[in-house]
Design a protein around this ligand. Structure first.
Ligand SMILES: *Cc1c(COP(=O)(O)O)cnc(C)c1O
Length: 359
């Protein structure tokens, strides 16, 4: 078996011990005589799986008791609509901070549901930094932001401190569980699982109790956080297999020492890759302000774009895949999530140094 180093932004690489465990349990989960994909979501066996997953996630993130954990579907993109549907309330407004492609999309979608404002945007400067000032509306129902912009490689490297802001609603799709987070500083945290948490098909929502239950009567039942919370995310069939796999990722993270431990590894990985870029004498370039360079998604360009094709072909041959940049950014992007170990980043840096020497 030849596993590659997979730098794909998502769906992305998963921890090898988790994949091996899934393989071992695929046909027969804990003596059930069937696999998790084949189980009733209402049965005792799956109930124990989803309860353990929630307990482990609560432990990892230290989630306070007054927050609900929801295991939903539809991806972060569905949340772009579901958030205003649930949280906007009658006649209220919400503030959006736009720091890259994803928060811009969230803002555009929210406009379909009510009066929303842009409280700050870094688009004019090319999404290379975080806003220095905000124009918050004191009456806003919430403030939406994306704490790690997967495409532009811009990250809030600590929980944001935003005086005067309404409850923060954070899209953490691409860095959830990459470091400790003070959940109590947010009204809601959400993300698609397929970046840093598990397989595609699962969307995590962590929402404070007092924000739930204000949706208009016209909201589709399946979209209502209050109904999902009251039914333990089982109003209808939840994404059982992705919940099981994410639960194994939570167990793996705990065994690795939790989020403080993975945070240290992630810091080391990112420092190594950015140093390679910055010390390349201009051969590679990342234009993002170092104060907010993403530790998960590292976009970079080659000084000579004519070398892009050779870089991609040769890196692929070296067993390094998924490095092609997003079409809106060009160049390359290395996503270095929790499951991509330091040795994978070392292999990439070695290749990059050697490629720069040869060209
Ligand atoms: C990938 C991504 C999304 C979109 O996620 P889907 O699950 O495909 O809807 C939204 N926000 C961020 C920050 C992302 O990285």
């Amino acid at each position: 078996m030849a596993r590659v180093w997979n730098f794909s932004a998502g769906p992305a690489t998963l921890p090898l011990p988790v994949l091996e465990r899934i393989r071992d349990e695929l046909l027969d989960w804990h003596g059930a005589g069937m696999g998790v994909m084949e189980m009733s979501h209402r049965g005792k066996q799956f109930t124990s799986i989803i309860e353990a997953a929630e307990a482990d996630l609560r432990e990892l993130l230290n989630i306070p008791a007054n927050y609900r954990v929801l295991f939903l579907q539809g991806g972060a993109t569905q949340q772009f609509a579901q958030i205003p549907m649930n949280l906007l309330g009658a006649g209220r407004s919400a503030d959006y901070i736009v720091t890259g492609a994803w928060s811009k999309k969230a803002f555009a979608e929210a406009k379909r549901f009510g009066a929303v404002r842009c409280a700050a945007s870094t688009e004019a400067e090319g999404f290379l930094n975080l806003p220095k000032a905000h124009d918050f509306d004191a009456a806003a129902a919430y403030v939406h932001l994306c704490t790690n912009e997967t495409i532009h490689g811009v990250e809030y490297l600590a929980d944001p401190v935003l005086p005067g802001a309404a409850p923060l609603v954070a899209d953490m799709s691409s860095h959830l569980l990459s470091r400790p987070v003070d959940v109590s500083r947010y009204g809601m945290i959400y993300g698609g699982a397929q970046k840093n948490v598990g397989p595609a098909g699962l969307t995590l929502v962590i929402v404070r109790d007092d924000l739930v239950g204000h949706a208009p009567a016209s909201i589709p039942t399946v979209m209502d956080y209050a109904v999902q919370a009251a039914n333990g995310s089982m109003l209808n069939t939840p994404p059982t297999f992705p919940i099981y796999a994410a639960g194994l990722v939570f167990q793996w993270l705990k065994a690795e020492g939790g989020l403080a431990a993975i945070d240290r590894v992630n810091a080391e990985k990112a420092a190594l890759l950015y140093a390679c870029i910055d010390n390349s004498g201009g051969f590679y370039r990342n234009p993002v302000d170092p104060a907010c360079r993403s530790r998960m998604n590292v976009p970079f360009t080659l000084a000579d774009p004519a070398l892009d094709a050779a870089f991609l072909a040769e890196s692929q041959q070296a067993g390094l895949v998924g490095l092609k940049g997003h079409k809106s950014f060009g160049g390359m992007r290395a996503s270095i999530y929790n499951a991509l170990p330091l040795s994978g980043v070392q292999a990439l840096v070695e290749f990059m140094n050697e490629f720069a020497r040869r060209h």
